[in-house]
Ligand binder design. Structure first.
Ligand code: ASP
Length: 434
């Protein structure tokens, strides 16, 4: 047993003894990930276009993978509504809401700005786009229109909670749940009655997350096998420097920025944090969707990291919707890459604009696969860079999307721990428990 920053760190052997349900599940999930990768690569190299590969990839893996995704998405809306309404009501003092909201937003913005700055510095040093001569090349990509600022702001406020839930508009659901929680607190006895119903529903939905997670190892196996079977090495030939730069910064942000924040602001050791995040990280990696991973992230943050529901039920759904550090990193590197590839000078003021617009673009990115690249168009337009440059990076985007989604959810969990600690709502016993 090791003592680090006053926190007991278990060795791997110690941690493996007395496996609870969650540890066993995490192990099965990791086996699913490794197995899916091996089979996918094997199929890609040895089976190529054969009918058996086609049957497995487009048949079995596709069907099981989609069922797994559906099972995750199924619980997102009820989970956010019920758990956030309970969390808000548990705060009792409504004025605390503003303080917690301010801290959470501030930290989300800070980590995102740090992430893009790292990305820009790395891209300038590495120069992944140098040597491309694209003025004459047509990469054939038509960017979709990114939504405007006014439209985005208005869109946060629901006019019909049922439509918001049916359409899965997470910011609207969050606003409605907070309002409901506040009203339950203010309503006295009837509010307390409804709260008891919501608390029971919350416990049942959390159990449902656990039940549905039992198929996660198979779902992850299939999703990963499909990606690796379809993604050949050809896509990487020209883009290897871009790919490695994004990957390097993602790893740097995950292994340096977050641990530093946890140590400095939450005064906790990062190792237990990462060990407990293995399952949500794997789910994020295989689904490439922070939104779909939300039930697993929330459950881990509250039940295994010891963040009180009154904080976690707010910070985690909000983070899954607006906090996308990994996405911001891709957008930062991609902008510099595209400018270099087209031989366009950005300059110091330009880099500042990239930091600002990429922060906004990552906030506007929905937690579903591939949206980060669509929102990249907003940054490129602002910088007057050729939007069709996005077509260049699409070949390697899926793997980066998977990795950046894992970073996105680590950011949500780290900020949740910091905010909880600052409010005296981080249960250190639970955080440190193996
Ligand atoms: N897939 C990312 C997420 O869900 C968003 C993106 O970067 O495309 O967090």
């Amino acid at each position: 047993m090791l003592e680090l920053w006053g926190v007991r760190i278990m060795s791997a052997a110690e941690a493996d003894t007395g496996l609870g349900d969650t540890s066993a599940l995490t192990r099965r999930i990791l086996i699913g990930l490794a197995g899916g990768m091996s089979l996918g690569i094997g199929l890609n190299v040895f089976a190529g276009d054969s009918s058996i590969a086609h049957f497995l990839v487009n048949g079995v893996f596709h069907v099981v993978g989609q069922i797994f995704l559906a099972s995750l998405k199924l619980i997102v809306v009820p989970l956010v509504l019920v758990s956030l309404a309970c969390g808000t009501a548990a705060l009792e003092d409504v004025t605390k809401l503003g303080r917690i909201g301010g801290k959470t937003l501030g930290l989300y913005l800070l980590t995102t700005a740090l992430a893009i700055s790292l990305a820009i510095i790395a891209a300038i040093i590495v120069g992944p786009g140098e040597g491309f001569d694209l003025a004459a090349q047509n990469v054939g990509f038509a960017a979709k229109e990114a939504p405007g600022l006014a439209e985005t702001l208005i869109g946060i406020f629901p006019d019909n909670p049922f439509r918001a839930m049916a359409e899965g508009r997470m910011l609207q659901v969050i606003v409605f749940a907070v309002l409901l929680g506040v009203a339950m607190t203010l309503a006295g006895e009837p509010g307390r009655d409804l709260l008891r119903v919501f608390e029971s529903a919350n416990a049942v939905i959390m159990k449902l997350v656990f039940v549905l997670m039992q198929i996660a190892p198979y779902g992850i196996f299939c999703l990963i096998a499909k990606v690796f079977a379809e993604q050949g090495p050809e896509a990487f030939e020209q883009l290897i420097m871009y790919f490695l730069t994004v990957l390097g910064v993602l790893i740097l942000h995950a292994t340096v920025t977050y641990p530093t924040i946890l140590i400095l602001f939450a005064r906790v050791a990062p190792l237990p944090f990462y060990r407990k995040l293995r399952a949500p990280m794997t789910v994020a990696f295989s689904t490439a969707s922070s939104g779909a991973t939300l039930p697993v992230t929330l459950r881990t943050v509250e039940e295994r990291l010891g963040v009180d529901t009154s904080i976690g039920s707010f910070t985690v759904p909000l983070g899954a919707t607006i906090n996308m550090d990994g996405t911001a990193i891709m957008q930062g590197v991609a902008t510099v890459f595209i400018a270099q590839a087209y031989g366009i000078e950005i300059g110091p003021a330009g880099y500042l604009t990239v930091v600002l617009t990429a922060t906004l673009a990552s906030i506007g990115t929905a937690g579903v696969p591939g949206v980060g690249t669509i929102m990249l168009a907003m940054v490129l337009r602002q910088m007057e860079l050729p939007v069709e440059g996005i077509g260049l990076i699409l070949g390697v985007d899926r793997l980066l999307d998977m990795t950046r989604t894992a970073v996105n959810i680590i950011g949500d969990a780290a900020v949740s721990c910091v905010v909880a600690r600052s409010e005296g709502k981080l249960d250190l016993e639970v955080f440190r428990a193996p």
